[in-house]
Write a protein that binds this ligand. Structure first.
Ligand SMILES: *Cc1c(COP(=O)(O)O)cnc(C)c1O
Length: 307
């Protein structure tokens, strides 16, 4: 039994008219946990359970932790999520609403993560937010669906945080015979760990994260995400926070869906000067979603960025 749902892919008339391309949106924002993360994490949880795991442990207060909590409830397996004190009350509440135990520990993610590792026993499984081949295989199911849902696009756009989504997208393209479909990998300035890896010829640790797109805030991409640049045509694009926020407003106005700036980055990439984009007539954007957003927060950001 899959933990994720099949999502629609829809034509975006508004984005098509604005970009001059045929733009379709793969609506991962509709997953029950609000983001694509349910695909990979759901798959990994099922596999770990079949190998005997009696509890799932996460150290993410974001979409990954929420997806683990959701998967645990679906699989009748207890979940413990250790988060730092900086995690919002709302995020903690969301995770608890799935029946998971939330332990608040430390001031930063590193301390929470260390504590989560301390808790691990032989019958626990740790769910990494992006660096796990099981996750990538689960994420790849979105491309299986796309292949069943219509024709091959000239280009695929997805966001990159730690690179798990990118690894899954490429795995999906390759296993569906779409290995020649290039990928535009979108990030915000201040969270551009993939762009830095491409620039430096290997994963590079960013000194810090300076973007509101916190779901893209991995300081370093996983090795596999960088290695894929040698096997697949991937271009990196970096957009501003302001452009990501404007794209969230565009999705809200045109498609009545509220998504995080981490997702807005992929939509903003449609309006970038990327060379790959110029050659493409049809584009699929992975609308990756995210629950770390409210209407009030988006309005505040829009006011802050003067859009
Ligand atoms: C996790 C996440 C990302 C980034 O995914 P990675 O696998 O870390 O690259 C982007 N957008 C949203 C909404 C996310 O939850």
């Amino acid at each position: 039994m899959a933990i994720h749902i099949q999502t629609p892919v829809i034509d975006s008339r508004a984005l098509s008219l604005r970009s001059g391309k045929q733009v379709r949106l793969k609506l991962e924002a509709l997953q029950p946990s609000g983001s694509f993360k349910t695909r990979g994490i759901g798959h990994a949880c099922e596999v770990y359970q079949s190998r005997g795991a009696k509890r799932f442990i996460s150290s993410s207060g974001g979409n990954a932790g929420y997806a683990v909590a959701y998967a645990g409830r679906m699989l009748n397996t207890p979940v413990t999520v250790v988060v730092p004190a900086t995690t919002s009350q709302r995020a903690q509440q969301l995770i608890r609403s799935e029946g998971a135990d939330v332990i608040v520990h430390g001031e930063s993610w590193m301390e929470a993560h260390a504590q989560a590792q301390q808790l691990m026993t032989a019958t626990d499984a740790f769910l990494h937010p992006f660096d796990d081949p099981l996750l990538w295989t689960g994420h790849a199911s979105m491309i299986d669906e796309l292949a069943q849902q219509g024709e091959r696009p000239d280009l695929l756009i997805c966001s990159v945080g730690g690179g798990g989504l990118l690894c899954g997208v490429v795995e999906g393209l390759q296993r569906n015979g779409w290995g020649s479909v290039p990928v535009l990998a979108a990030e915000t300035a201040g969270a551009e760990s993939f762009a830095k890896a491409v620039e430096n010829g290997g994963p590079t640790l960013l000194p810090g994260i300076h973007s509101i797109a916190t779901s893209l805030g991995a300081r370093q991409v996983c090795d596999r995400a960088f290695a894929l640049t040698q096997e697949h045509h991937i271009e990196s694009v970096v957009v501003s926070d302001a452009a990501a926020v404007a794209a969230c407003e565009e999705i809200l106005l045109e498609h009545r869906m509220l998504v995080e700036p981490a997702c807005g980055a992929s939509v903003a990439a449609l309006h970038s000067a990327s060379p790959l984009l110029q050659q493409a007539r049809s584009v699929v954007v992975i609308l990756c979603g995210g629950v770390g957003i409210t209407a009030g927060q988006l309005a505040q950001w829009s006011a802050d960025f003067g859009s």
